[in-house]
Design a protein around this ligand. Structure first.
Ligand SMILES: [Fe+2]
Ligand SMILES: [Fe+2]
Length: 252
């Protein structure tokens, strides 16, 4: 059954939170959601930064450098929005100590901590920019919290470009490295990418949906991602690797 949305898109401002015109649980839910996005943006920036040290191709490096700067800017937009409601970056990060270790953060952590070459750069982009574009474009752009919706609008512009890079880089990687190598990368990265959407039907997402902080459940977005990716892959002669059905997904 669809969750009834209590707040229409863009109807809550920072002053409503500061002056406690919305219930405290709205603020708690919003803070956790924006803090998680900020951390994902920051880890993605770190992944691009690491890619710069291990990828030699000048064209790829130029794009990685630009994406790195844009991802850092996305994180800053989110931390600025949190600062408006008196949450510091340190406080936001402290909230996520456990979440950071969860399967939903495995993709950004893998990108930030272990990017070892061109294949990881392409896989990181497919796993974080394409997913980010869906999460931000479908969920956060329609957020009831106006500052989050405004940040999403700015971020989405960049993510559309990043996603375009991921699609082109995938085709180039198949040409340069061969189908087998790219297929092996996909088997490693796809479960992480799908888990990045988070668990289906969680209590946290229920609260986000009823407060209008998200429009769709994680599972719906994960299914949409898989459908888009499957089409992309078929264009370059690759298949979607099989995954276990339950969250957190693993490669079969
Ligand atoms: Fe981003
Ligand atoms: Fe991105």
């Amino acid at each position: 059954m669809p969750v009834r949305r209590q707040f229409a898109p863009g109807t809550v401002e920072a002053g409503d939170i500061r002056n406690k015109r919305v219930e405290p649980h709205y603020a708690r839910t919003l803070i956790r959601l924006m803090a998680a996005q900020a951390l994902a943006e920051e880890l993605t920036a770190t992944g691009y930064e690491r890619a710069l040290t291990v990828v030699c191709d000048p064209g790829l490096c130029a794009i990685a450098r630009q994406n790195m700067a844009e991802e850092r800017h996305h994180a800053t937009l989110l931390y600025d929005a949190l600062a408006e409601i008196d949450v510091s970056r340190a406080q936001a990060e402290r909230q996520l100590i456990a979440v950071r270790r969860s399967p939903s953060f495995a993709a950004p952590r893998r990108f930030a901590e272990n990017t070892a070459g061109e294949l990881d750069l392409v896989m990181g982009s497919l796993s974080l920019d394409m997913t980010g574009m869906l999460i931000i474009g479908i969920n956060y752009r329609e957020s009831s919290y106006a500052p989050h919706a405004r940040a999403a609008e700015i971020i989405l512009d960049d993510e559309t470009r990043h996603e375009d890079f991921a699609a082109r880089a995938l085709g180039d990687a198949v040409e340069r490295m061969g189908r087998e190598t790219v297929a092996a990368g996909l088997r490693e990265w796809l479960p992480l990418a799908v888990n990045f959407f988070g668990p289906p039907g969680s209590g946290f997402t229920f609260d986000c949906l009823s407060y209008g902080l998200k429009s769709r459940d994680n599972q719906e977005l994960a299914d949409l991602y898989l459908a888009i990716l499957e089409r992309r892959l078929s264009q370059v002669g690759l298949e979607l690797p099989a995954l276990t059905p339950e969250y957190p997904h693993l490669a079969v």
